[in-house]
Design a protein around this ligand. Sequence first.
Ligand code: BGC
Length: 414
Amino acid sequence: MKFTAFAAVSALAITSASAAFAGPEAEVLHYWTSGGEAKSVAVLQQEFAAKGGTWTDMPVAGGGGDAAMTALRARVLSGNAPTAVQLKGPAIQEWYEEGVLADISSVAEASGWAAVLPESIANHMKCEGSWCAAPVNVHRVDWIWANAELLAANGIEMPTTWDEFNAAAEKLAAAGITPLAHGGQAWQDATVFEAVVLGVGGAEFFQQALVDLDTDALTSDTMVQAFDQMRTLRGYVDGNFSGRDWNLATAMVMNGEAAFQIMGDWAKGEFLAAGKVPGEDFLCASTPGDGFLYNVDSFAMFDVAGADKKAGQDLLAELIVGQNFQKVFNLNKGSIPARVDVALDEFDSCAHLSAADMTSSSEGGTLLPSYAHGMALRGAQAGAITDVVTAHFNSDMSSAEAVQMLADAVANSY
Ligand code: BGC
């Protein structure tokens, strides 16, 4: 009797489960909405669909992801988390601490992620030893992009020091050309700032100031010099920069309306999506100074109910770290694969430079996490720094005032 009842119940459970399981499903929150970004995320959508997955797109426009993170918080607080979220750096661990992330260790182990990901990247994907995120790429932040024709026409080489950059900018300005394409958004100011801090202070200084948040470094003369260079750069930006999206700034370089942009290599995704050729139409070089600021995009899965969604999370995680996806996605995105075993033959010269510099920086101890792109610091500390950087850039605040404000803001952010 007992046995029969149990059998009947489990038969029922099996029937209803199979009737309910319609296949892998995922609602994906991301902020890849520019031309190059949309082309890149479409690769994941296609691979997911090819494996029978149903993708519900939740794009939240806004470079750098600030708006997406606000949307995410609202969703989680209302008890309706998306299945998969474009999330990176210490924010992954911050969400884990809130107890809302799914464990994807079974996929990571079955797919052998530990053997194909550099340890530095793998560490960002772990929460107390278990895998809680899947990496898609390595973006480099400290790049200068240039319009090749404008530089050639004005007899300018890609600058290798900030003095050279400033001299080139003065020459361009005298010729009536906007030297620097920039969008007046806090995260874009922060992007330029961290490249300047690395260039002016060097890798060790960057580590002390923007990773360890050492007060002496934050208030040092070197930091004053970094703010001086920010003030100089402000003078090279056109009058309409306020609120401009980063990809519109990239378009200015593409169209010859401005000569340079200081931006991560997602900008290259825009050039490529527009059919522009590196070395011919546009040039890339690392910003002056040694070192490499890395920014690894990744996806974290949120704890959601339902076999379809759980299957969707597993499938997404597996595809994201898959060899083919890592190649095709990154060819579009401007970044390089996170996996070490993806051949770079089809990648362009900027990607080869990025890969070579990443290896040499890693060996030389100058491979550093980007603060501006959420790889180095927790949200509160990164936000405190960015507020000061943008307040300085958009006012006539002196560099001395800025460093004081910086140290205070960091001290009050804990
Ligand atoms: C992300 C990139 C993205 C860029 C602009 C960065 O923080 O890592 O994937 O393309 O912001 O939105």
